[in-house]
Design a protein around this ligand. Structure first.
Ligand code: NAD
Length: 297
């Protein structure tokens, strides 16, 4: 068997197109332009690339982008004061604080200072609770992108066995909640899971979110399963230089699975597309407008 490749790049372009259409409509009908504020503290090179890319795509879908770049030694209280200002600013519908933050800043405190209605990353404790209890919330972007691809591929996920490898707050746990919300039977595996190959082999859906290059071989995959690879790992190429790989061994898994996301070009592009979708959703909720169809959980 050779798996169908789930093209996250093309899917993300489609989502951005839907967002842009909706943004144009609410601008024309209501004179409202969604605004996304991104806050970056320090000069982490990877974070700078993400923030640039987010800003560019925000503008491309017709939204306003507000970038706040702060020095690495910015105090926690100055950062909290900026967030308070953004919470009160009616032109800002979404706030994203790029993680990780420098060590002297309490990440949880900062995340929980964001107005939950503007928390487009879905990390605020209120949104975590709302998602966990099946209520309307802001949903973390990466798992939302995975869910959209799974729904698009399968239609209904009801009754499927899903294994999520990884229990982080930003990917593993919300992913499991979303799959449960779509009536999968969900197992969360992690670093202490006994006999991981056996657990993974039971799954119709495998979501790998570990951060270990190519750790899941095809031999662990049930024939015909769908594999969603969240991992982004840089490895050395034998001929020199580096390349990006996921948490699954792509070649051997693609030989057994019925569908698989590549790295790069799978989950990655969907994450920013979902950030834009969340910003649009937050804008619609703030103004009591109809929410976009198919862009939320
Ligand atoms: P994390 O480090 O917070 O969590 C990793 C999880 O993997 C932990 O829960 C841990 O228990 C589990 N784990 C570690 N070793 C394991 C093992 N041997 N067997 C089973 N489980 C094990 O990571 P994260 O933030 O959830 O990110 C995971 C990966 O996804 C990383 O590669 C990250 O770069 C990537 N990521 C990608 C996107 C995207 O947009 N595509 C977004 C977020 C994260």
């Amino acid at each position: 068997m050779s798996a169908e490749i789930i093209d996250g790049k093309a899917f993300a372009a489609k989502v951005r197109g839907q967002v842009a259409e909706h943004v144009a409509r609410i601008k024309a009908d209501h004179g409202i332009t969604p605004g996304l504020a991104v806050v970056l503290v320090g000069e982490d090179p990877a974070s700078q690339v993400y923030v640039r890319s987010k800003g560019k795509q925000t503008v491309e879908v017709g939204m306003n982008s507000y970038e706040h770049k702060l020095d690495a030694d910015t105090s926690e209280s100055d950062l909290l004061a900026l967030i308070e200002k953004l919470n009160d600013d009616p032109a800002v519908h979404g706030i994203l604080v790029q993680l990780p933050l420098p060590d002297h800043i309490d990440e949880d405190l900062v995340i929980n200072s964001i107005d939950p209605a503007k928390d487009v990353d879905g990390f605020h404790i209120s949104n975590v609770g709302l998602l966990g209890t099946g209520q309307k919330s802001m949903v973390p972007c990466t798992p939302l992108g995975c869910l959209m691809m799974l729904r698009d591929h399968h239609g209904s996920l009801s009754g499927m066995d899903a294994v999520v490898i990884g229990r982080s707050n930003i990917v593993g746990k919300p992913m499991a909640q979303l799959l449960l919300g779509d009536s999968c039977t969900v197992t969360i595996a992690h670093s202490r899971t006994k006999d991981l190959p056996d657990v993974v082999r039971r799954a119709d859906i495998v979501v790998a979110a570990v951060g270990r290059a190519q750790m899941v071989p095809g031999a662990w995959i049930k024939p015909g399963a769908t594999v969603i690879d969240v991992g982004i790992n840089r490895i050395d190429k034998p001929e020199g230089g580096t390349r990006l790989v996921g948490d699954v061994d792509y070649e051997s898994c693609a030989a057994v699975a019925s569908a698989i996301t590549p790295v790069p070009g799978g989950v990655g592009p969907m994450t920013i597309a979902c950030l834009l979708a969340n910003t649009l959703t937050a804008t619609c909720r703030a103004h009591g407008l109809d929410e976009p169809q198919g862009l939320t959980a």
